[in-house]
Design a protein around this ligand. Structure first.
Ligand SMILES: CC(C)=CCC/C(C)=C/CC/C(C)=C/CC/C(C)=C/COP(=O)(O)OP(=O)(O)O
Ligand SMILES: O=P(O)(O)OC[C@@H](O)CO
Ligand SMILES: [Mg+2]
Length: 235
């Protein structure tokens, strides 16, 4: 990354899914102006280079750092508007493909990756009903001590700078996020899933360094997202 580890300064990320519509009357520019610290463009299903490019181009002229979060090597785009690439690796995936296999393929087929703009996110996927859990065959049957141990392994043994507790589609268990928070030292803890208002944002931001808000932007719009930014800044 240009500024090494910029996420250390963040409280809030807005994740825009290029496969989902925006509410009526709302533009990508409006979403960029919510006060979020960064935008991640990504989703699990229905992702193409074309819909990725369209969202990145629409956000490019606005003053917020833009990151691509690819769900597979074939949707990675080469776009100078991107500050960088946040590449998931799923620690509790059912297949090594989602831990290192896709990454190996990416490096094999792509000549000349931009390593200075590339970082990984160590995901722990917790909602068995989320597309990402099905897709990666994740073992979501984890207690707080399992999650804490994964988080510690990610940081201490695999040198991960970002640990991501992912409840995509549902609000997570505070005790689990608290345990993950206690298990990491220098790594930045991301939490995402089911944040829908000030209180749910605040509850998770007490433990996580950075909260990630996704579907709310597509389902409700900018005022709701702005509330979550306020909560992230207050916590
Ligand atoms: C090596 C490269 C370039 C890519 C592989 C990256 C990996 C391991 C991806 C697997 C995990 C994944 C699909 C991450 C994408 C981000 C994510 C978790 C989006 C949220 O997905 P959901 O909310 O479950 O799905 P939808 O909202 O799209 O239905
Ligand atoms: O869509 P939501 O439930 O807000 O989840 C956010 C993000 O963690 C998904 O990858
Ligand atoms: Mg989603």
């Amino acid at each position: 990354m240009t500024a090494e580890t910029p996420w250390e300064e963040w409280d809030h990320i807005l994740k825009i899914d290029p496969d989902k519509e925006l509410p009526d009357g709302i533009t990508y520019g409006d979403l960029c102006a919510t006060g979020t610290d960064a935008i991640e463009v990504g989703g699990t299903m229905g992702i193409t280079e074309e819909n990725m490019e369209a969202v990145v181009d629409a956000c490019a002229e606005h003053d917020v750092p833009l990151y691509q979060e690819p769900s597979s090597p074939d949707v990675v785009i080469d776009n100078r508007a991107l500050e960088g690439y946040l590449i998931p690796t799923v620690f509790n995936a059912g297949s090594p493909f989602w831990i290192t296999g896709a990454h190996k393929e990416w490096v094999r087929i792509d000549n000349g990756l931009d390593w200075d703009r590339t970082a990984t996110e160590a995901y722990i996927v917790m909602n068995p009903d989320a597309d990402v859990a099905t897709y990666t065959e994740a073992d979501c049957d984890l207690d707080a001590d399992d999650v804490a141990a994964y988080a510690e392994v990610a940081e201490r043994m695999f040198g991960q700078e970002i640990v991501y507790v992912e409840y995509s589609g549902m609000l997570g268990d505070e005790d689990i996020v608290d345990a993950a928070s206690g298990a990491v030292d220098d790594a930045t803890l991301f939490y995402g899933g089911g944040i829908h208002d000030y209180d749910s944002a605040y509850s998770m931001a007490q433990y996580a360094d950075v909260i990630v808000v996704g579907d709310l932007a597509h389902d409700e719009g900018v005022d709701a997202v702005r509330e979550t930014v306020e909560a992230a800044n207050d916590a």
